[in-house]
Design a protein around this ligand. Structure first.
Ligand SMILES: [Zn+2]
Length: 490
């Protein structure tokens, strides 16, 4: 017994030793110093060109509800022509439908090209909320320390920052090694066919791989939300898939005075209860694990200890992260019952009842595997399960250790505070046009380089979308640096 206790003691000491050594090692893995780079920008002119772009109502309406205002897109594109003369002199410009493609030939045509993406369209203003806007959504107003308007964050900020940065680079005589394409779709908010057409156009012309693709996505946030000191720039290395399943339960109808044990509504309610009681499993791996690995060096000791020793503490970490919807969503396919309907009159049994359930699918699962699990969980053949609306698979997961991620990381830190900002890969919950490039590059990333306010999620697609002039200029500077760093790509 004594020998056993001695042995046990030795094992405990060894484990504690490994835990502490791993934790110390992760602390030392802090970012190497980066020298901030000063990028000169014509601030007043740049803000004027950006805010003017917000005045064109390039709205993507839900299909079948309202025709696309092509004239608004053409007017926005005409604004680009007058605002960025060097871009339109030196780059080849093509319109494919309402989508826009610019080609900037590199000095070495043997290199894979770079694709800088953004979308010209915006979501509508929610009817009835117009007067909640502090400034008109399509006014292009600069007031009170903000540039206001639909698209100021999603995603005209990226489109304009790309054009502004390249105008500056051309003025300075910069010539990239890689060919650079600017691919600006016109319907990201309703499916992204424009982005797919632009990709197909380039593939038809011989594009095999892209060295780097960057589109909208993650942002720079205060690390406090992650328990991290300093700022964190979250670069989307993957995006979730999307699926809506409609559940339908049928009944015989009839008089409510002689009901069966379960009406169609009751049957449907049971199915919904089963789904909510059996959520998809949570797994800490892939982009979410990589994110935590990247930020743990800036965490307090206890969290760093846990995240540096997932070989032992993975289960406890998953349990801790599952407490908040945001971090839980990063580890699983989510289930959200969003619409329910059934019945027409209080004294009439319903003929049918329907519910819509929206799923955001994590990499590793698929539309088919999610559907199969839902059918299995409900386990009731009287409930019909069918996909409605559009569906898409999760994207591939880009390589956060590749040269493209390194170029983005370096550019972020050069214009956003050097070593004060931690750059981390992450799994984007929303969809972007970038997924169109999944098969053509291992370096497809999602990032909006204009640091937003903390309440960004209520403003994007919501009310009072706005960005500070300083944040917009940061995005311009970011793309200037990123274009420089494309020269470092293989
Ligand atoms: Zn967007």
């Amino acid at each position: 017994m004594k020998r056993f206790l001695q042995l046990l003691g030795a094992v405990v000491v060894a484990i504690v030793g490994v835990l502490v050594v791993n934790t110390m090692r992760s602390a030392r893995a802090a970012d190497a110093a980066v020298v901030p780079v000063d990028v000169a920008v014509d601030s007043v002119g740049a803000i004027g060109r950006f805010s003017k772009a917000l005045t064109f109502p390039t709205i993507s309406y839900d299909p079948g509800t309202h025709p696309t205002d092509s004239a608004a897109f053409r007017a926005l594109q005409a604004h680009f022509v007058t605002s960025f003369p060097l871009v339109h002199q030196k780059l080849k410009r093509e319109t494919i439908g309402l989508a826009l493609l610019y080609s900037w030939p590199g000095s070495d045509p043997s290199l894979d090209p770079v694709v800088l993406m953004g979308h010209q369209d915006v979501v509508p203003v929610i009817p009835g909320t117009e007067n909640r806007w502090e400034q008109p959504p399509f006014g292009g107003v600069v007031n009170g320390g903000y540039i206001w308007g639909r698209g100021s964050l999603d995603d005209k900020v990226s489109v304009l920052a790309i054009l502004e940065s390249i105008e500056g680079l051309l003025r300075a005589g910069f010539q990239p090694k890689h060919t650079i394409y600017l691919a600006f779709g016109h319907d990201e908010e309703i499916g992204g066919h424009g982005a797919e057409t632009l990709r197909d156009t380039l593939i038809a012309r011989g594009l095999k791989h892209a060295a780097l693709v960057i589109d909208e996505g993650g942002t720079v946030t205060d690390g406090a939300a992650l328990g991290v000191t300093g700022k964190v720039a979250l670069i989307g290395v993957a995006e979730k898939g999307y699926l809506t399943l409609e559940l339908t339960a049928n009944g015989k109808g009839g008089h409510s005075s002689t009901p069966p044990a379960h009406s169609a509504i009751g049957v449907l309610a049971t199915a919904i209860t089963k789904l909510e009681a059996s959520p998809f499993p949570m797994t800490l791996d892939g982009p979410t694990e990589a994110m935590l690995e990247s930020v743990r060096a800036r965490m307090p000791f206890s969290r760093r200890l846990a995240l540096s020793n997932l070989w032992l503490l993975r289960g406890a970490v998953v349990r801790a992260l599952s407490a908040a919807p945001m971090s839980a969503s990063m580890m699983r396919t989510t289930t959200a019952v969003t619409i329910i309907g059934g019945g027409v009159k209080a004294n009439v049994l319903p003929i049918d009842a329907k519910a819509s359930v929206n799923f955001r699918i994590r990499p590793g699962e698929s539309v088919a595997s999610v559907t199969a699990r839902v059918v299995q969980t409900i386990n009731d053949t009287s409930v019909h399960v069918a996909a409605v609306g559009f569906a898409r698979e999760p994207s591939t997961v880009s390589d956060a250790n590749g040269a493209g991620f390194a170029a983005i990381s370096q550019s972020v830190r050069e214009v956003m505070g050097g070593a004060d900002v931690t750059v981390a890969p992450f799994l984007l919950m929303a969809g972007t046009d970038a997924r169109a490039w999944s098969a053509k590059s291992s370096q497809v990333f999602r990032f909006i380089a204009a640091p937003p306010d903390a309440d960004v999620l209520t403003r994007v697609h919501g009310t009072n979308e706005r960005v500070t002039p300083a944040a917009y200029l940061t995005a311009v500077r970011f793309f200037d640096r990123l274009v420089h760093h494309t020269d470092d790509l293989p």
